[in-house]
Design a protein around this ligand. Sequence first.
Ligand SMILES: [Zn+2]
Length: 245
Amino acid sequence: MTVSLSSGDADTRSLTYSTYRRLRAEILSGRLQPGEKLKIHELAERLQVSPTLVREALSRLTADNVVVATPQRGFRVTPITAEDVRDLTRARIEIEMVCLRRSLERGDVAWEAHILAALHRLVHTHPEPGSVDENWADVHGQFHKALVAACDSRWLLQVREQLFVQAERYRWINVRMSPETRDLGDEHREIAEAAIRRDLPRTCELMEHHLRLTETMTLEALAAAASASLSVPGARTEGYQKAAA
Ligand SMILES: [Zn+2]
């Protein structure tokens, strides 16, 4: 039996998807802030779509763990806490190590070429200072994906991708609140070279250092955001308050 969608169903599905993508981009870029209440009717009006579509998109974002649904209180952007940053970093390091090991064992010449191409694009893409540059974030994500592309486990890669998306939420707070004190170009180049040499211990060491630096900067930025919320009454930083502890 063939099931065919009417064009109306297809339109609704693509509208649901585009609403989901827009809200997700607003959360990942920090336009919608951690802890912020997501009012369905306000969002529907602003995005010019129906409240039903917004509700569907928010339910889907709940599955991505970037939105939390609370009975009677509706939807909120998942708050960011210091504990969560530490736990996420630990999980990312563990999963990256496994994916890197399997990728380095299986990678061939095409995999090496793919890493070098992704690195080349990354070092020639310059993010807008002080803002979240979606293009840079995309090119950066592609580089990290290229490193683990030869890993032969779809499930491991899927879990890794989920953790990567979670960590993207921290990027905007870093760029807004921390001065750029690291040389990302060198960090990425060294990781790529170690991976292509099949030097697994060095690749893992460099990757851990890369992720730990992001963790440190994020924790500093969270502490700064929390103290700003204490000194500026009404500041929209309630989503970080626990991070001060
Ligand atoms: Zn990176």
